[in-house]
Design a protein around this ligand. Structure first.
Ligand code: ATP
Ligand code: SF4
Ligand code: MG
Length: 354
């Protein structure tokens, strides 16, 4: 088996907050293979962004304690010297974060930022780097790429700025690309263009991709594997087919129920009402003792759910090389349609184990 581009083992992040310590990421383990896209999904606050910021040493040391291992091509990002980590962030790992304003330097032109990035990590002269920069801006769908090189970030729209950041992230053909809601703010045509570009990079360079998104439609289109996060934990992961077609965790089923195209049909063949997951995610300063989803789970069972944390374990046949895993006491087989129907009920307190 080829070596993964990234192997994360037992990643934990504790943040110091005014309300006490917050356990924001709680034992995340996964890998990203060459040319593979792992989509990370989960509600707001589930720890998706913090988990990738932690990998790249981008959380302020004064508030964050990060433990575990994160091997990028065999080198541990979490114990790397700061200088090496800066090198890796420029070349080995490209990042596109949620907020385009904070990722660009407002006093440097777009061209200068791109050219400097290209030259810092490759032996190229200025003219070649500028040509490459314009090419990249064209590839991410920016109109008049040559002209854009001489503009400052504030002269561009939010969508244009986001495309510049994507161009910078791709400029050194990274081994790992982390995209955190990278295309959410862009219109669908540009989004499709960027997804094509990332596909090309995956095929040509074997780049591994972590794609964080709220958009399950995008997940279905681009992901090879899916990791579902809740309360800082992975509650389910597997191939895109395993997770979207045979979701085992009640939370995943709830998320999918919110998307009619992917919702499980009821026994009579009809689709359920648009399901939501009632309630709100737990505060990381006050996580439930047992199953992290327990307070909201519509099919929670006996006292075990409340007191014992279910481990993330293989739960049945997998359509890929890695197992389909879920962390729930109710995953022997899958829940059956009654599991999803339960999300449509008034009270999330009904039922026992399927
Ligand atoms: N600098 C910080 N200080 C204190 N708490 C933080 C900080 N950054 C994040 N958190 C908390 O960590 C938890 C996870 O945040 P994170 O940004 O990773 O969520 P997310 O899954 O990316 O959500 P979204 O989908 O809204 O982007 C949240 O409860 C958030 O309030
Ligand atoms: S059935 Fe129990 S273990 Fe499974 S998700 Fe619900 S509360 Fe958690
Ligand atoms: Mg986020």
């Amino acid at each position: 088996m080829t070596r993964p581009v990234l192997e994360v083992e037992d990643l934990r992040v504790r943040l110091r907050t005014p309300r006490g310590p917050a356990d924001v990421v709680n034992g995340l383990s996964y890998s990203v293979g060459p040319g593979e896209t792992v989509a990370v999904v989960g509600e707001s606050g589930s720890g998706k962004s913090v988990s990738v910021l932690a990998l790249l040493g981008l959380l302020p040391a004064r508030i964050a304690t990060v433990t575990g291992r994160a091997l990028l091509q065999g080198e541990d990002l979490l114990t790397m010297k700061p200088a090496r980590l800066r090198e890796v962030r420029g070349a080995g790992a490209g990042m596109v974060f949620q907020d385009p304003m904070t990722s660009l330097n407002p006093v440097l032109t777009v061209g200068r930022q791109l050219v400097e990035g290209i030259r810092a990590h490759g032996d190229v002269d200025k003219a070649t780097a500028r040509r490459r920069a314009a090419e990249l801006l064209g590839e991410v769908g920016l109109p008049d790429p040559e002209g854009a090189l001489d503009r400052y970030p504030h002269e561009l729209s939010g969508g244009m700025r986001q495309r510049v950041i994507i161009a910078i992230a791709l400029s050194n053909s990274p081994e790992l690309l982390i995209a955190d809601e990278a295309t959410t703010a862009l219109d669908v045509t540009v989004q499709a263009q960027i997804i094509d570009l990332v596909e090309k990079l995956k095929q040509e360079r074997g780049t591994g991709v972590i794609w964080i998104t709220h958009d399950l439609g995008v997940v279905a289109g681009i992901a090879d594997r899916v990791l579902v996060m809740y309360g800082g934990r992975c509650v389910e992961d597997g191939t895109v087919d395993d997770v979207l077609e045979h979701p085992a965790h009640p939370y995943t089923r709830g998320l999918l129920g919110a998307l009619p195209d992917l919702a499980r049909p009821l026994p009579d063949g009809s689709l359920p009402e648009l399901a939501t997951v009632p309630g709100v995610p737990p505060a990381p300063t006050d996580l439930p003792e047992g199953c992290v989803f327990w307070p909201r789970c519509p099919v929670r069972g006996d006292v075990r759910c409340e007191t014992e944390q279910p481990p993330l374990v293989p739960i049945g046949p997998s359509s890929g090389a890695l197992p389909h895993r879920a962390a729930t006491w109710c995953a022997e087989g899958t829940l059956g349609t009654e599991g999803l129907e339960a999300f449509g009920t008034e009270s999330p307190r009904g039922g026992g184990h399927a």
